[in-house]
Design a protein around this ligand. Sequence first.
Ligand code: FAD
Length: 366
Amino acid sequence: MAKYDYLIVGAGLFGAVFAYEAGKRGKSCLVIDKRPHIAGNIYTEQVEGINVHKYGAHIFHTSDKKIWEYVNQFAEFNNYINSPVASYKDELYNLPFNMNTFSKMWGIKKPSEAKAIIEKQIADLNIGEPKNLEEQALKLAGTDVYEKLVKGYTEKQWGRPCTELPAFIIKRLPLRFIYDNNYFNDRFQGIPMGGYTQIIEKMLEGAEVKTDTDYFDFIKENPDIADKTVYTGMIDEFFGFQYGPLEYRSVRFETEVLDEENYQGNAVVNYTHRDVPYTRIIEHKHFEFGKQPKTVISREYSAEWKPGVEPYYPVNNDKNNALYEKYRELAETRKDVIFGGRLGQYKYYDMDKVIAAALECVEAEF
Ligand code: FAD
């Protein structure tokens, strides 16, 4: 007889929500993760009294009141509003593109002036059907916004010139003609005071947890450990890459403790010039309005993914989506396994969406 009702592979947000809900319904869960810690990509660890977002800056934002209330059961959120700054050569601009950005760029005050400049730049370019990302972005935002704020950043993110990237990557470039630096349009936003790891700790309170445990080794030795598996690792790896590997983009983080109180005056600064090798610098203390004497910064370098490197962003182009579809069909034949989360479903999920997906899965299961 199986020892647990569920084996949950991955102690990230998807696996933890599932474990919490299954536990509430009287089910027993064993949660394993190959990393040495729980919480997956939302893991935060304390360095110099500062909660460091080890796998990249995570800002919780949602328009779904139920999800906001759900996550607030596990932590108290502060009133952090994400307002990134872009650094281009020696110029600084507010993001997202809004009247503060345009006013700084062109020395104007009125929305009508900003609109007129952008429209004239777009008309002068006279681009027909965009053939690549560069043409698409120019057609949407004009020359200055593209050259200073989009081009270099996008080329670093994708590791290729914008002229060699497909136009569909940028469907919209929202331009805001109001003075508003709030990056997200969502109704609810914030950072859990004390970091994200506590949320996952609370969700996993009723489950047994084993870190440093890789599923593929573990299952060989414990084939009958549970009646059902919830698998949040890479779906292609689960099936031994039998149709070939799905592609990802990765990120490399270079984290440093600095002996100064305030390095850049903002949590997120994007470096939009091609010559600066990193895409962003995150100064973690500003997520929680920290006053510690030291500071911790992380430089983010966009990186090619290869087996052995942490996969971050699925590359959802036609080729990969078609490949994923084949794996999904294979997954359908495994009624004993639920595939969930960003790797199990090969989909970029924000945190609110991954919670919603896990809750939907629970709904379908029980
Ligand atoms: P994960 O957190 O990746 O959890 C999966 C877990 O499975 C991992 O811990 C992994 O180690 C484990 N695992 C995989 N394979 C195995 C195996 N074979 N055996 C055992 N364990 C295994 N969302 C937002 O809402 N706001 C943001 O600001 C934001 N910023 C982001 C920044 C970056 C750089 C990235 C990459 C994502 C960001 N996200 C953000 C998205 C957020 O990280 C995800 O929504 C969330 O982490 C997904 O949870 P998950 O459980 O699906 O995946």
